[in-house]
Design a protein around this ligand. Structure first.
Ligand code: ATP
Length: 330
């Protein structure tokens, strides 16, 4: 693969803080690469190093074969995480403003339609909702029809329907050959859009691969989630491993769920019988294959728990060797 976006062993420190410690990614033409990882993992710093807005202490960054500071800006679209355009302009005027920076820009109205805001062109930016504003910001990166697009948390604050509009847009752009590097905290977004996903922790990519590869390697086993306030001891005689997640997910009520692993769909009845036989009350039962969120919890969340000294989550399937192994493959 000839890398269109290439970061090799990037290091960056800010005073005492290490933002990047040997981060490497290589992204091929037309590929969507999704960067995930906890707050402070270094995602934005990596994007900034690749777009020429921060200078790494060491390592090399190349985009379309060039240094990020030397690259023709017409070929690049960059959406910073904290992008805040002048807000005393209408959505259309804003896109016209950005279009005016390029020799051969797209029609701003076409861009507005792309981001699902065809009807909002005359609305002042400051009067748009937060999610609509973010969509205009995404649009501003498209006016020059870039070959490479860097999107730092593109859908933060966008409602589910708008998010899907942006997802389809990114898929269409990639299908047409645009190379996309995006960061996200939304695992569904990373799983859907990412041809490959890289998980950053403490400034380095600790795991990478297609979503399916990552799930197969780090996702652990299937999950039967039982909504119950019963104690974990009540599950002691169950023939499957049971855990009470220490970290929140699903409905934000982690203390009210017990997760049973390794149950095939055909065996769910066995667990239901167990609950009924012992009079264990429950309000819901959901079976799921492991997904990218499990990978995240197994790898990234674990480093967070270790850092904060709260011990293992009891929810992820990884142990120390998983992290070490992931580091080796990164
Ligand atoms: N300009 C800066 N000055 C000082 N420290 C910085 C600067 N930029 C980033 N950092 C620090 O570097 C580390 C990595 O930050 P970065 O923004 O790259 O993480 P991130 O993965 O994008 O986080 P988030 O998910 O919260 O956006 C953090 O500890 C952050 O505080």
């Amino acid at each position: 693969m000839t890398a269109v976006v290439d970061a090799t062993a990037l290091e960056k420190t800010y005073g005492e803080t290490t933002a990047l410690s040997g981060a490497s990614i290589a992204v091929g033409g037309g590929e969507v690469f999704a960067l995930i990882g906890p707050n402070g993992a270094g995602k934005t710093t990596l994007v900034r190093a690749l777009t020429g807005t921060t200078e790494p202490d060491s390592g090399t960054a190349r985009v379309l074969g060039e240094s990020p500071t030397a690259i023709d800006r017409d070929r690049l679209g960059v959406l910073p995480q904290d992008f805040s355009p002048p807000d005393r302009l209408s959505a259309r005027e804003l896109l016209e403003y950005y279009a005016g920076l390029y020799d051969d820009p797209r029609d701003p109205d076409d861009v507005l339609a792309d981001v699902g805001l065809a009807d909002a062109g005359d609305t002042w930016y400051e009067d748009l909702s937060g999610g609509q504003q973010r969509r205009v910001c995404v649009g501003s990166t498209l006016v020059n029809d870039p070959d490479v697009l860097f999107l730092d948390e593109p859908t933060t604050g966008i409602d589910p329907a708008g998010r899907r509009t942006v997802w389809r847009l990114i898929e269409d752009l990639a299908a047409a050959g645009t190379t996309v590097v995006l960061t996200t905290h939304d695992m569904a977004e990373a799983e859907r859009l990412g041809d490959r996903v890289g998980l950053l922790a403490d400034g380095a990519v600790v795991a990478r691969g297609t979503p399916a590869e990552l799930v197969a390697e780090h996702g652990g086993s299937s999950r039967l989630t039982i909504e119950t306030t019963a104690s974990l001891e009540a599950f002691a005689d169950l023939e499957y491993p049971a855990d009470r997640p220490a970290t929140g997910r699903r409905h934000g009520r982690p203390s009210e769920t017990v997760v049973v692993r390794d149950v095939d769909p055909a065996e769910i009845g066995t667990v239901v019988d167990y609950l009924e036989d012992r009079g264990i009350e429950y309000t819901g039962l959901t079976w799921a294959e492991p997904d990218l969120e499990d990978v995240y919890l197994a790898l990234a969340d674990r480093t967070e728990l270790e850092r904060t000294g709260r011990g293992g989550s009891g929810d992820g399937a990884a142990d120390e060797s998983d992290l070490a192994r992931a580091g080796e493959t990164a």
